[in-house]
Design a protein around this ligand. Structure first.
Ligand code: NAP
Length: 310
């Protein structure tokens, strides 16, 4: 009974990226008993980002690891509790929210969902088979394995560009394969990519297959304009073709848009009273650390008001 009591919280936050850590900082400072559930590292996607240079206050940029560490330290200083578990189910019981996570049942009055995104898969033959054997979704985790190698990066958004720039530290030569003739990523990253002598761009091209034996040896590339197919010998394939919100476990509970992003009002409240969402998993215009922070603070404040009024 005593153990069960400890699993009842005012606020539970699912997801420990910048949105979750900010929400936790705010609710903990408001003296609300708060638990943060995160399956991976606190900091979320920041932890696999080499340098963050568009988060204000750090004129020279800051590593994702360091920013994560500082945010964690700050939130915990005010009493935020965190557990390393995966939340798999949320149910409603009166005004309580009941969360199942690795065999533990947690209860709370207000829930803040900050589950972020996961990498979209390219869905081509060889991708699954060679993941960890030359195919990767994380340049900071795996880049160092590709010293003096030929690497391809697939995608044309901010992730593909920033990760490609980082990978030039290791690669002998790097080719960005993009399905159109214009990049989607921020202009400053585009400029750096175009200026980098190690980076080549393969426009209007898609990867059809990843081939190899015990490790990756080549990619089969199709030019979508000419139909020409070529076999490009490479050692590493980094895939950055977008993100998918981690919200599938909530789809019966709250309203999601057609892409799976959580629909909220301007205060971060979802279609269920007392359930809020913040950060990249929310339907919104811009997904950055700076906007996740604002979302986290707003959702925490809205959750506090909900508890006061309830
Ligand atoms: P994204 O902006 O959605 O870009 C995905 C890229 O992959 C696009 O260029 C897209 O092509 C391409 N793509 C999608 N499906 C494909 C397929 N099946 N085959 C080939 N190419 C495919 O995703 P992201 O780059 O991961 O960025 C996600 C969010 O995080 C963005 O809001 C971004 O600004 C943010 N972010 C910011 C930073 C930063 O500011 N430092 C760094 C990383 C990410 P099309 O262009 O043709 O659609």
């Amino acid at each position: 009974m005593e153990g069960e009591e400890r699993k009842i919280y005012d606020v539970i936050i699912i997801g420990g990226g910048p949105a979750g850590l900010t929400a936790g900082l705010y609710t903990a400072r408001s003296r609300l008993k708060t638990l943060l559930i995160e399956i991976g590292l606190l900091g979320g996607q920041m932890t696999t980002t080499e340098v963050i240079e568009n988060y204000p206050g750090f004129p020279q940029g800051i590593t994702g690891d360091e920013l994560s560490r500082l945010m964690e330290e700050q939130a915990k200083r005010f009493g935020l509790e965190a557990v390393s578990q995966e939340a798999v189910e949320v149910k409603i019981d009166g005004d309580r929210k009941v969360i199942q996570a690795n065999g533990t049942t947690y209860h709370c009055k207000a829930l803040i969902i900050c589950t972020g995104n996961e990498w979209r898969k390219l869905g081509v033959p060889g991708e699954k088979e060679f993941t960890g054997k030359g195919v990767s979704y994380c340049a900071t985790c795996d880049g160092a394995f590709f010293q003096d190698s030929q690497i391809v990066v697939v995608g044309g958004g901010d992730s593909a560009l920033t990760e490609a720039l980082y990978l030039t530290k290791f690669a002998k030569e790097l080719t960005i394969i993009h399905r159109r003739d214009a990049l989607r990523g921020t202009k400053i990253y585009q400029e750096r990519v175009f200026e980098n002598p190690k980076i080549k761009l393969l426009w209007n091209s898609v990867v059809q297959e990843i081939k190899g034996d015990s490790v990756v040896r080549s990619v089969v590339v199709k030019n979508v304009k000419t139909g020409e197919i070529s076999d490009l010998p490479i050692e590493g394939v980094f895939l950055f073709v977008g993100l998918l919100p981690r919200t599938q476990f909530l789809k019966e509970l709250i309203h999601l848009d057609e892409a799976g992003y959580i629909i909220t009002d301007e205060n971060g409240e979802t279609s269920v009273k007392g359930i809020f969402a913040a950060g990249d998993c929310r339907k919104k215009l811009l997904r950055q650390v700076a906007t996740a922070i604002g979302d986290g603070a707003t959702a925490a404040f809205a959750a506090e008001k909900y508890l006061q009024e309830g």
